[in-house]
Design a binder for this molecule. Structure first.
Ligand code: BGC
Length: 738
């Protein structure tokens, strides 16, 4: 449609219809058995039958057949036959589940992340979906926060690259094209910085920190053309994000240039009453509209109050028009006025969902996301060795995460299944060893099925069986970790260990077999001190998705050489949290060598995390030579080219992720000790070398001044190039502005 047709349409719509476009009921109200739903949750939220008919979008329904049916009904009932948007959380896959986002972050590979989003979009689109509530671009420094698994980690540069890759992957070249769905960058803003890592808690961050660390990834998503942005649940410096006019109108719309659709998070406008920031639904609706929130996701605020607000002159109809126009424009960009069913297609659903091609990518992505944290010459293992696999993850298909709501763990390949496919590994044995949790563990308030309790006798039997098998094995591979329900929304944790019952099993096995390998499943950085002391190797596999089992076997056996790098620091212990590599320089920097009293340090633990950002090993070794620069001065016009020689000095082909960090040595505001500014992945055969170059532009030396503006100040900078954030090798360059 041309813009003038949209203008005409808007001018012709009644106020009731316009408000309809701005509400988003939960799909539960459109269930086939909706008559019962109407008297259920509907009663509480106060939607009328008419509200449901006029709603411009719905969340949480999928399936080509059902969505097409609902779209047809909607077109008949909506006075102007305006198509409805169907939105859903397709976070890391629809039916084929790719590794969880933090794991994708560990690939340091935007192209791969793009491909995963592309295929997820394809599966979502044929299932009738128009918008996915992804990517989550929140920067996270706190391992206690359960949603760290949905992020791509602690670094603004990496988060920005991967947000851009996801937005482009979901949206394709043009939203109207086949298999494109709109992305929704979330949660604006700074949801990942909840105080003490407790979900939904307040966020207190100054403007400078927001601009420097938290805003860049959202901005990258907006620049990549994301059709939507979602507000966050938290208050930001005292004001709930969903009614925060300054944040939404001044920062998001004006500064960041976002002109797409802004949706609240689930019931977040209504929750401003609980925050004590609105007195009633009417005030909440007024404030949210003033802030420029276009769609109210599942809350009584807009549909119950907007009409009165307009009629009483408390809100201008012009604001409603603005919001509705943005929604109509998104529908138009998706091509829904021409084809309201877009890609929904029952036949294609059968062909595309979980296709071989998608499963192959899921396997490859999982392999690229695994991080080898430790290896004392024990991995890879071979089919000829006598290996026992022990642990609750040995044959557990629940490896897709709690944010894979459309996925089905029954489609997952377990470690045992994948191991049994290996011809020459007939003598490998598989044991559960223990339940996921001991009987004292409770996941309070979870609707999902948590694992059944197991009798003490049964636990004893499993443990003894596994320990005696380990006694006679050459290598014991322990498959342990957090349960998938321990990570995701509303799963903050104050302890960062795996469940006790699993640690107990590990200790028992360690008594009888020193050749221990731990394969670790988890959604967040954990305290791995004890595990790291006992195991000769640790392979971090996160929640790897549908093809997890095959991917793990390929890496354990060396068919694939691991290459992942940590996108977050793994703390020494929880007392260090938040711990992150790009901290500001202090006036009393510590160094373990100094052993001085008045230094920025702890008495009882190191400052350094156990495993740092950017770290990850390989089955081969690489050398990275000293840095050569073509000149020492960066100017506005001329960059510096920094070059290193990377060589594979081991015996296997492998991939190294070469990382460029920069430190601004002195500036008008204190700068981080190091900032990631470039990554390059190189694949090398044994003995092969490659020159890796980074071009250092003035832009890479910029930072936010106290006035909130980007600037680059003349002075000296240190350039580090290495294989993790702990790299020390550096050279000095200068920036001159004349
Ligand atoms: C989450 C969002 C999600 C929304 C809709 C909320 O609870 O915070 O990330 O998109 O639900 O499912």
């Amino acid at each position: 449609m041309e813009q003038k047709e949209l203008d005409k349409l808007l001018a012709d719509m009644s106020l009731e219809e316009k408000i309809g476009q701005m509400i988003q009921p939960d799909g539960v109200f459109y269930a086939r058995e909706s008559e019962t739903a109407v008297t259920g949750p509907l009663a509480g939220l106060g939607y009328t039958k008419r509200d449901l008919e006029l709603a411009g979008s719905v969340l949480g329904i999928y399936g080509a057949e059902r969505i097409s049916e609902l779209q047809k009904e909607n077109l008949e009932k909506q006075p102007h036959h305006i198509p409805r948007l169907f939105m859903l959380d397709v976070i890391h896959g629809m039916k084929t589940i790719f590794p969880m986002p933090l794991a994708q972050g560990a690939s340091f590979d935007p192209e791969m992340v793009y491909q995963c989003a592309r295929m997820a979009a394809k599966e979502a689109a044929v299932s009738g979906i128009h918008v996915t509530f992804a990517p989550m671009s929140d920067l996270v420094r706190d391992a206690r926060w359960g949603r760290v698994m949905e992020s791509t980690g602690e670094d603004p540069y990496l988060n920005s690259l991967l947000t851009e890759a996801m937005v482009k992957g979901f949206q394709g070249n043009d939203l109207s094209e086949e298999f494109s769905v709109s992305a929704c960058v979330k949660h604006f803003a700074a949801y990942g910085a909840a105080v003490a890592g407790r979900d939904y808690n307040a966020v207190e961050l100054d403007d400078h920190t927001l601009r420097e660390f938290y805003f860049p990834a959202y901005q990258a998503g907006i620049q990549a053309g994301a059709g939507m942005v979602m507000t966050s649940f938290n208050t930001l410096n005292g004001i709930p994000a969903s009614i925060n006019k300054k944040l939404m109108r001044d920062v998001l719309r004006k500064e960041m240039g976002f002109n797409g659709v802004l949706i609240s998070d689930y019931s977040a406008i209504w929750e401003t009453l609980a925050h004590g920031a609105s007195e009633d639904a009417q005030e909440a609706a007024q404030k949210a509209l003033e802030a420029g929130v276009d769609i109210d996701m599942v809350s009584p605020a807009y549909h119950s109050s907007m009409e009165n607000l307009v009629k009483s002159g408390k809100v201008k109809e012009e604001w409603i028009n603005e919001a509705v126009m943005r929604i109509l424009q998104l529908k138009n960009k998706l091509g829904l006025f021409e084809n309201p069913y877009k890609d929904a297609d029952v036949l294609k659903e059968k062909q595309i969902l979980l296709s071989r091609e998608h499963r192959n990518l899921a396997r490859e992505a999982a392999e690229k996301s695994f991080v080898l944290l430790k290896n004392e010459n024990i991995l890879p293992i071979s089919g000829k060795q006598k290996v026992v696999f022990i642990g609750p993850y040995v044959n557990n298909p629940e490896i897709i995460s709690s944010w894979a709501i459309t996925g089905d763990s029954r489609n997952c390949i377990t470690i045992e299944q994948a191991g049994k496919e290996i011809e020459e590994a007939k003598q490998w044995k598989f044991y559960q060893g223990c339940p996921m949790f001991g009987n004292d563990y409770e996941l309070v308030g979870f609707r999902e099925k948590t694992p059944d309790k197991m009798s003490e006798d049964e636990q004893k039997r499993l443990e003894e069986e596994a320990v005696s098998a380990a006694e006679n094995a050459e290598v014991a591979v322990l498959c342990l970790g957090e349960h998938y329900l321990q990570t995701g929304e509303a799963t903050s944790r104050g302890m960062l260990e795996i469940p006790d019952v699993q640690m107990k099993l590990l200790r028992r096995v360690a008594e009888v077999n020193k050749n221990l390998v731990v394969v670790l499943f988890n959604g967040r950085p954990l305290d791995l001190r004890e595990i790291s002391g006992m195991a000769k190797a640790i392979l971090e596999v996160w929640l790897p998705g549908t093809e997890g089992g095959h991917a793990i076997m390929n890496v354990l056996t060396g068919k694939t050489n691991p290459s992942g790098k940590l996108p977050v620091s793994f703390p020494y212990c929880v007392g260090q949290v938040p711990v992150y590599y790009n901290s500001y320089s202090t006036g009393r920097p510590n160094s373990p060598k100094l052993r001085e009293r008045y230094r920025s340090k702890y008495l009882d633990i190191p400052n350094e995390p156990l495993y740092p950002f950017g770290f990850g090993m390989s089955y081969t070794e690489f050398s990275i030579g000293s840095i050569k620069v073509n000149r020492c001065i960066v100017t506005k016009e001329e960059p510096v080219i920094a070059e290193v020689t990377v060589k594979n000095i081991g015996e296997r082909k492998g991939v190294q992720t070469v990382q460029l960090y920069i430190q601004d040595e002195a500036a008008s505001v204190v700068r981080p000790v190091k900032e990631l500014k470039g990554i390059q992945k190189v694949e090398l055969e044994p003995g092969e070398c490659r020159q890796v170059q980074f071009t250092i532009h003035e832009k890479m030396l910029q930072f936010f001044g106290t006035d909130g503006c980007l600037r680059c100040e003349p002075g000296t900078f240190r350039i580090f190039i290495g294989d993790s954030s702990t790299v020390e090798e550096n050279v000095q360059i200068c920036y001159c502005d004349s």
